[in-house]
Structure formats: C-alpha cells, structure tokens
Design a protein around this ligand. Structure first.
Ligand SMILES: O=P(O)(O)O[C@@H]1C[C@H](O)[C@@H](CO)O1
Length: 287
C-alpha cells in the first residue's frame, strides 16, 4: 500500500508527545464538528497544534480547531482531539486514523468518539444524542478500510471481529447517566452510518440508508473505531443529531454545514455533560 504508515512513525509521534507532557492518559476523546469545546474543560492542560506534532495531518474541516489537548477531566487523565481528520478532506484512511495508534502507544485504553450526524430515524429530534450501538461502513463495504494492507500484529490481528465494537457496559452506563441527569427524553441508541461525503445525501440515498436500518448518518468516526477496536481499545461513541435528513422530493429542509455547526455548538452541552459523567465513572465496576 502506497502510503501505509509504519510502526516507527506512530512511535516517533508518541515519543515526541511523551517527552513534552507529564500526562499519561488512559482515555482519549475525539471531538466532532462543533464539539471541541469539551477540551476546554480539561484542567492542567498541555496543548499541541497538530501542525507541531510529527506525523499528524493538517486539519481543514470547519469547526475543527486542530489541537491535541492533554489534561485532567473529572479526576482522570485524558487526551482530547479538538478536531479530527476526514476522508473527504483528501486524507488517506491511514492518516485519518493516525492519532488512534499514537494513543495506543501512549497507553490509552478507552476511546470516546463523537460526531455531528443527520437522523433517518423518524423518532429522533434535532438536538438528540444517539449512543452508537453499531455502525455501517459504506466506504468499507466498497473496499476503503484503514486496516487494508500488510497487517502489523503489534497492533492487532489480520481479521478482527467487529460485532461488539461499541462497549456494552459503557453504553449501559450512558443510558443510566441519561436517566440520572433527567435527559433520557433526548437520549437514543442506534446505528451510525459512515458515508464518504463531502456532499450530503440525495433523497434516493437517504431512503436507501433508512431501509438498511441506519438511524444516523455522518462522514467520520468509523475509521477511528475500526483502528481502536483492532488494537484492543474499549470504544464508546455519541452522535449529536444536528438535522433530519430529507427523505422526500417535496421536502423544503435543505441541510447546510453552517446549520450542522450551529446546532452542534448550541446543543453540545448535553453531550459534554454525558461524557464528563462517563469519564468520572470509568474504572468503576460498571465501566
Ligand atoms: O467530524 P464530524 O463527523 O462531526 O463532521 C461533520 C459531520 C459530517 O461528518 C460532516 C458534514 O457535516 O462534518
């Protein structure tokens, strides 16, 4: 594979970071579009622009600040990606997932992924939070997979099982936290689908995805989850529903990226609260 990344590149990046921060995080959080505010809640921060970190790609998507922030969240040492990399930016899937293997080498055990997504499930409302139960990988079904190419056994097996990628105990904990925080009316659990983007779906594509059992659609997350699961990390994912996907030719609702960002910024508070509570409970008997 032309631009597959070798072990030494991940190691070089991990060593560079370890020599510049005292934090030794067990938890990594990837902040989706408009959700990077969460990183500001970290205490005792050490922050690095992606452009300074060896091997890190450049972040070009709107609403993604492009900084890696180490710090303490609810008493736990964490590392937070304030912005992620997407396939539609022109990055290879190896680059999109580069930070996840760096996190593995830093000692991270749990990956929390977040994203903005459009809903196909008729019961979902804009502003709802969806706990990701499972995913459909449309680029993956077409052969675009960050695990393509020679397998490095130091990270994981050639043919990883993906049927239980989203940790059951963490999903249950998030449900319980939703009840405790009295926000369960806004919490859903469902199937996320990654499409390549950057265009939003046609009406025919939206109808197809709905028939496939997709509850929410976006253009990210799945590559990072594949790499994290491959190397044995626990994974937990949340989608913030920023819009309803148009399903009808008469539908007047036209989604724009400005709307996605505006809704995610406005509604990100609930998502941040769930993540902060979840992190606080990590390591307890239920997580
Ligand atoms: O990083 P995320 O997934 O939040 O980025 C947003 C959502 C879609 O993937 C894409 C278009 O809205 O940007």
């Amino acid at each position: 594979m032309q631009d597959q990344i070798c072990y030494d590149n991940y190691k070089n990046s991990a060593d560079w970071l370890q020599s510049r921060t005292k934090h030794r995080p067990k938890v990594a959080i990837i902040c989706g579009s408009g959700l990077g505010h969460l990183a500001n809640a970290l205490e005792s921060q050490d922050a690095f622009p992606y452009s300074d970190i060896p091997g890190f790609p450049h972040c070009t998507a709107p609403g993604h600040a492009g900084r890696l922030v180490f710090g303490v969240l609810r008493g736990k040492s964490c590392v937070c990606m304030q912005g992620r990399f997407h396939m539609f930016e022109g990055h290879s899937l190896y680059k999109v997932t580069f930070p996840v293997r760096v996190f593995k080498l830093l000692g991270v055990e749990t990956l929390i992924v977040t994203n903005a997504a459009g809903s196909l499930a008729s019961s979902y409302k804009t502003g709802d939070i969806m706990i990701i139960r499972d995913h459909i990988n449309i680029p993956g079904l077409g052969g675009f997979n960050p695990l393509n190419g020679p397998n490095d056994e130091r990270f994981g097996p050639r043919f990883p099982v993906m049927g239980a990628a989203y940790d059951k105990d963490l999903r249950r904990l998030a449900w319980d936290l939703g009840k405790k925080l009295a926000i369960s009316d806004h919490v859903q659990e469902g199937v996320y689908c990654m499409v390549g983007g950057p265009n939003f779906e046609t009406i025919a594509e939206a109808r197809l995805l709905q028939r496939l059992g997709v509850d929410a659609v976006g253009m990210s997350t799945v590559p990072e989850v594949l790499i994290a699961s491959h190397c044995g990390m626990k994974v937990f994912g949340l989608s913030l529903i920023t819009n309803k996907v148009a399903m009808d030719y008469e539908d007047q609702q036209v989604v724009t990226q400005e709307e996605v960002l505006a809704v995610s910024r406005k509604k990100s508070h609930t998502l941040q609260t769930i993540i902060m509570e979840l992190v606080a409970h990590l390591g307890s008997s239920t997580a």
